[in-house]
Design a protein around this ligand. Structure first.
Ligand code: HEM
Ligand code: HEM
Length: 184
C-alpha cells in the first residue's frame, strides 16, 4: 500500500483520514446528543464536543488538499446511478464537515458560551441571542439527522459492494487491502 492513491486503490493517507474522521465524527455526534440532557458535566462535554467538531473542520481542509493532489480510484463496475449516488454522498459529507462546525460555533456563541478548543478560548463572533439561537440550533440538529441518513446509505452501499457484488470497494479503503489483480 503506497502513500498516494492509484487508479485502483486508496493510499495509506486517504485510508487513515477516512477512518480517523469516521471515529471523530461518531464521537462528536454522540457527545452532541449527550449535551441535550446533561446538566452535571455540561461544560466539559461541550468543550470536548466543540474541540472535536473543530478538529473535523481542520482535518477536512487537509483531506480536501490531499484529494486535490491525488487521483481518485476508479469506481468499480456497478450501475451508473449508484456511482452518482455514492459520489453525491461523498460531496455532501465534505459540505457537512464545514457547515456543521460553522453552525456549532455560532450556536455556542448565541447561547452565551465561548468556544473552547482543547483549552484555548476562541473569539466570540456573535453575542447571546435567544431567537437566533433557536433557529441555528434547529439547523445544527437537522444537519445531525442528515448525517445519520447519509451514513446509513454510505454503509449500506459499502456492505452491498462487499457482500453482494463481492468487489474490492470496501477492501481498498481498509488497512488490510490485499487487492487481487483480477478484481481491480
Ligand atoms: C461535524 C461536527 C459536529 C457534529 C456531528 C455535531 C453534532 C451535534 C448534535 C447531534 C447535537 C445535538 C442536537 C440537538 O441538541 O438537538 C449537537 C448540539 C450542539 N453542538 Fe454540535 N456538532 C458538531 C460540531 C459542533 C461544533 C464545532 C460546535 C461548537 C464549536 C458545536 C456546538 C454545539 C452546541 C452548542 C450544541 C447544543 C448543545 C445543547 O443542546 O445544549 N457542534 N451537535
Ligand atoms: C462518519 C463516518 C464516515 C464518513 C464521514 C465517511 C466518508 C467517506 C468519504 C468522504 C469517502 C470518499 C473518499 C474520500 O474522500 O476519502 C468515503 C469512501 C468510502 N467509505 Fe466512508 N465514511 C464513513 C464511514 C464509513 C464506514 C463505517 C464504512 C464501511 C462500512 C465506509 C466505507 C467506505 C467505502 C467502501 C468507501 C470507498 C468508496 C469508493 O471507493 O468509491 N465508510 N467515505
Amino acid at each position: 500500500m503506497g502513500i498516494f492513491n492509484t487508479s485502483h486503490s486508496y493510499g495509506i493517507i486517504s485510508i487513515l483520514f477516512h477512518w480517523m474522521m469516521a471515529l471523530i465524527l461518531l464521537a462528536t455526534f454522540l457527545l452532541g446528543l449527550n449535551l441535550k440532557d446533561n446538566f452535571q458535566n455540561y461544560d466539559m462535554v461541550l468543550m470536548l464536543h466543540n474541540s472535536l467538531g473543530i478538529l473535523i473542520f481542520l482535518l477536512a481542509v487537509f483531506r480536501l488538499c490531499w484529494r486535490w493532489f491525488n487521483i481518485l480510484p476508479d469506481p468499480l463496475a456497478t450501475r451508473k446511478v449508484l456511482i452518482k449516488l455514492a459520489t453525491f454522498i461523498h460531496i455532501l459529507f465534505y459540505i457537512i464537515f464545514f457547515v456543521m462546525p460553522l453552525t456549532g460555533y455560532l450556536l455556542t456563541n448565541l447561547q452565551g458560551d465561548v468556544v473552547n478548543f482543547f483549552g484555548t478560548q476562541l473569539p466570540e463572533v456573535l453575542e447571546r441571542n435567544r431567537d437566533m439561537k433557536r433557529i441555528v440550533h434547529s439547523i445544527h440538529d437537522i444537519l445531525g439527522n442528515i448525517i445519520l441518513a447519509m451514513l446509513t446509505l454510505h454503509i449500506v452501499g459499502a456492505l452491498y459492494h462487499h457482500y453482494w457484488l463481492k468487489d474490492n470497494t470496501l477492501k481498498r479503503i481498509s488497512f488490510f487491502n490485499k487487492v487481487k489483480a483480477n478484481r481491480e
